[in-house]
Design a protein around this ligand. Structure first.
Ligand code: GCW
Length: 714
């Protein structure tokens, strides 16, 4: 039945069925993401909010302050169900006063001086204030963009139905560069994108401005994301041509008032003439040179001119993200130069403008080591201290490639003199694309909280990335975006939560996954307590379930080649070709990749005592068992089951969890928006089918090697 209704028909039916009722609940506005302010349902709170929020006082006028004012006006109108009046009296009771330092009267400044100092360049203060005539609420900051972020924070309090009687919030980001990386191509395809085409309509820009650019910037501003890399790291050199730079500049103009700077991925061959035809990714560039050797003076001046042109158009351009000498992309290695020489050449020309280079460490040159997971460390650690001060090296969270679960990338902690920008992946390349419901915050927290012991106990990944361990002069975090032009932005409604969670953690990595889930659910699905507790439970276990039905016990990279969605454990192209059998190393006697000290010794790249913990079979966490060890099929795991039985158990448990999610979701039918209910239900049905395929394919394949019966109850 369900499938007979197309999406617009469902919407129309829903609208008609509610059109005559007293208080129609509109179908969820997809474009608003977590910002579709709905009337506060808790009556006492609604009265309290209405009483306290009668007047809005906006202290000054700039594009950013206009945005903050408009957001509050709209938000309050929808949340409180009535207009707030505009005022100019900073001392009025029951008012909301917003302003940046320079525009605040002395009386207010004197009261918030300390908090403003603590809020820093990017943060804000939200504070209840006693005026001579009663109470007011201040949203103040050192700069306008802080006020905008504070406005979003304040609205979030109302959306999640928090008390606002005595506010004393000072918030500032723990990490300086908080970026989304788009792997968007100029033809609007998106590498590893599962939510439609690219948001950037290059063919229309700069003349036509899609309103979604504003919606996108608004959503990011609500999270405090302050930079966007527009194009794929497998970069097309054309992005640096003047006609494209004009398009980029148009986007920069839109994003600027939201506190978001533009960055671009640069192709290392850009200075080379297009007449030079190379293979696939090493195509010619857009310049007139025959080389892109970073030490060549012509190459350096080509970049200098190009960067100069960029800053003419985009005075606050952020800098370049570079994938070089990696997966066929050109780079300094082509000329016998190091990554540092390549990165520094770009850093030098960006430096006078305050621009930075983000140089990815995702390299795995087969000549470096037979174990792919060891290669980036071996290439990059010797370069520590050789990069210019405006260069980040950007490693992925794990040493392989965004697997459902990996141990932490050992580069973190091993480059104390080089700021490392953590790269996470929001788009679910290896975690079920936009079909599986997988809440990624618990995974990111597992990485962030992992203690590397780089500088003794307490050297968590988060404290390396935020600069507290090595005192980095700049700090950064990047997330590979999961957005596209799909109506719901991310393909799966629940994938919006990963965008949200990334932004929140980038701002404050100490937030818990539960807190973030609660915020997102409250803002996106409402504050019904049953909805909150049921959806939170679904989300919180969803990543662990995905690990179980895909790659339990430390298995990795057994996905279908190229597509990376379904299982293909039998994929074999010879040992050194990094296909499934290279990674799982399953045979008739056992399973797992021996990376301990008797094997590839990848464990040696970790700090003591992590190294010893991973090295020793008995102390190695079982989550990474088959990542670091090859064990016989009869090896006893901590549960008392053999490794074979444990694999069976986990594959079954993972799939069962998806069935539970389906049941839980069904139970929410009367409580959530019907369109969301329907579409998520359909996704979950496919999720369940495909998780079953993972379980059956993997267990059948491994069984042929273990020779043991598949155990488990379904
Ligand atoms: O995981 C691999 C992906 C590639 C991606 C590459 C990278 C952008 O399969 O699609 O290319 O990682 O991170 O550079």
């Amino acid at each position: 039945m369900r499938k007979q209704f197309s999406f617009p028909i469902i919407l129309t039916l829903f609208w008609f069925s509610h059109a005559g009722s007293m208080a129609p609940t509109p179908a969820k506005e997809w474009t608003d993401l977590w910002l579709d302010y709905r009337l506060v349902s808790n009556q006492p709170l609604l009265q309290e909010y209405r009483y306290n929020l009668k007047v809005l006082v906006v202290s000054s006028h700039s594009e950013t302050m206009e945005l903050a004012g408009a957001e509050l006006r709209r938000g309050l109108r929808l949340l409180l169900g009535r207009e707030v009046s505009e005022g100019t009296d900073f001392e009025a009771a029951n008012s909301l006063v917003i302003g940046a330092r320079g525009a605040l009267p002395q009386s207010i400044l004197a009261e918030v001086q300390q908090e403003l100092n603590a809020a820093g360049q990017e943060g804000y203060v939200v504070k209840t204030r006693a005026t001579p005539r009663g109470k007011s609420i201040l949203i103040v900051a050192n700069h306008d963009v802080g006020v905008l972020r504070g406005a979003f924070h304040f609205l979030r309090l109302l959306q999640t139905q928090q008390a606002i009687r005595a506010l004393a919030i000072v918030s500032h980001p723990r990490i300086q560069y908080r970026l989304l990386n788009h792997w968007d191509n100029l033809d609007r395809s998106v590498e590893r994108g599962y939510a439609g085409k690219s948001l950037w309509k290059w063919e229309e820009l700069p003349g036509t401005i899609d309103p979604r650019y504003h919606d996108y910037a608004r959503a990011n501003a609500s999270l405090g994301i302050n930079g966007v890399v527009l194009n794929n790291v497998n970069a097309n050199p054309d992005i640096l041509k003047p006609e494209y730079l004009k398009k980029v500049a148009a986007l920069a103009d839109i994003f600027r008032p939201y506190g978001i700077r533009i960055f671009l991925s640069a192709n290392f061959s850009s200075p080379i003439s297009e007449k030079f035809e190379f293979e696939a990714r090493r195509r010619g560039g857009i310049g007139d040179l025959s080389t892109s050797d970073p030490l060549d003076l012509h190459v350096r001046s080509w970049w200098k001119n190009t960067v100069g042109e960029i800053y003419q158009l985009i005075p606050d351009f952020g800098g370049f993200l570079v994938k070089a000498s990696s997966e066929g992309m050109p780079g300094p290695n082509d000329y016998g130069r190091t990554h540092a020489e390549g990165a520094n050449m770009l850093a030098e020309v960006l430096e006078p403008y305050g621009g930075i280079v983000m140089w990815r460490s995702f390299v795995y040159d087969a000549d470096v080591d037979p174990d792919r997971t060891k290669r980036a460390y071996k290439e990059f650690v010797p370069l520590d201290g050789k990069f210019h001060s405006n260069v980040f090296v950007q490693p992925k969270n794990g040493p392989l490639d965004f697997q459902p679960r990996e141990p932490v990338n050992p580069l973190f902690g091993a480059m104390p003199k080089t700021p490392l920008m953590l790269e996470l992946q929001l788009t679910q390349e290896y975690l079920g694309h936009s079909t599986h419901l997988v809440y990624l915050a618990p995974m990111w927290k597992e990485y962030l909280e992992f203690d590397t012991h780089a500088n003794g106990a307490g050297s968590t990944l988060a404290s390396i990335v935020d600069g507290s361990v090595h005192g980095y002069p700049m700090t950064g975090i990047a997330g590979v975006a999961n957005t596209g032009d799909d109506r719901n932005w991310t393909g799966h409604f629940f994938a919006q939560a990963n965008w949200y969670a990334f932004g929140r953690l980038a701002w404050d990595h100490t937030l818990s996954s539960e807190e973030i889930a609660d915020e997102w659910i409250g803002m996106s699905l409402g504050n019904d307590t049953t909805v909150l507790s049921t959806v939170r439970k679904m989300m919180m276990g969803s990543w662990e379930a995905c690990v179980k039905y895909m790659t339990p016990l430390g298995l990795h990279h057994i996905m279908q080649e190229h597509f990376h969605y379904g299982p293909e454990p039998s994929l074999d192209k010879g040992r050194e070709d990094w296909t499934s059998v290279y990674y799982h190393r399953a045979g008739t006697t056992g399973i797992g990749y021996n990376r301990n000290s008797s094997g590839s010794n990848a464990v040696s790249q970790y700090f003591s005592p992590v190294r010893e913990r991973f090295d020793d079979l008995t102390s190695c966490p079982e989550e990474y068992l088959l990542w670091f060890h090859h064990v016989p099929w009869d090896y006893r795991t901590k549960s008392g089951r053999t490794v074979w039985d444990e694999l069976c158990h986990r594959y079954h448990a993972g799939v069962k969890y998806v069935a539970h999610m389906q049941e839980n979701w069904r139970s929410l039918q009367p409580r959530v928006d019907p369109v969301v209910f329907e579409l998520v239900g359909e996704k979950l049905a496919q999720h369940y089918r495909d998780a079953g395929i993972w379980r059956d394919t993997c267990l059948t394949y491994f069984q042929r090697l273990s020779g043991k019966p598949i155990v488990g109850d379904d």
